[in-house]
Design a protein around this ligand. Structure first.
Ligand code: AMP
Length: 175
């Protein structure tokens, strides 16, 4: 099935100039949702994944299913101030300013084989910060998976050089 057709483009949201890729239209379609989960599960089935770490909030929708099917644990990567116990934090650059993500200090066991999941790869800043976070916590990043990859001027994949990166749908962007 053509997953690209199930993704809604919302122009100028949340601000002018942004072409927002709305994945809720894919999620609500049972066939598309199952297929998108299955493609990632198939790829990592034999890779000994022990934890799936996903980025809030859309990452959790797929991440939980993928973890369950891989027989892995699930780790929540969150924006600051949301996790209740001790956390490790990673700061990263945005177009203007910086942002942070966190995980619980005890979320990863030393040497855990971790698959990172997020819905979309744009500049790669968020996913690279997630890789740093997992490594700081003692984990090994076995792969970084996305439903959508924005290709072209954003160079997200380059930022993730050295990691096993997969995406299901590539969408070119121009600047
Ligand atoms: P980046 O750190 O630039 O790779 O941005 C990735 C994060 O921002 C992901 O968690 C996405 O959900 C979100 N994001 C960035 N750009 C878009 C876009 N055009 N449409 C939907 N989500 C986006």
């Amino acid at each position: 099935m053509d997953l690209l057709k199930e993704i809604r483009n919302v122009p100028d949201w949340p601000k002018p100039g942004i072409q927002f890729k709305d994945i809720t239209t894919l999620a609500k379609n049972s066939t598309a949702f199952k297929e998108s989960c299955d493609l990632i599960i198939k790829k990592y089935k034999k890779k000994g994944i022990e934890k799936v770490a996903a980025i809030e909030a859309r990452g959790y929708v797929w991440g939980g299913v993928i973890a369950y099917q891989l027989g892995a644990g699930f780790v929540l990567i969150r924006k600051p101030g949301k996790l209740p116990a001790d956390t490790i934090t990673e700061e990263y650059e945005l177009e203007y300013g910086t942002d942070k993500i966190e995980i619980h200090t005890d979320a990863i066991k030393k040497g855990d084989n971790v698959l990172i999941f997020d819905d979309l790869l744009a500049t790669g800043g968020t996913a690279k910060a997630a890789c740093n976070l997992i490594e700081k916590a003692g984990g090994v990043v076995a792969g970084v998976a996305f439903i959508i990859e924005l290709t072209g001027s954003l160079h997200g994949r380059e930022k993730l050089e050295g990691y096993d990166v997969i995406s299901l749908v590539e969408i070119p962007v121009e600047e």
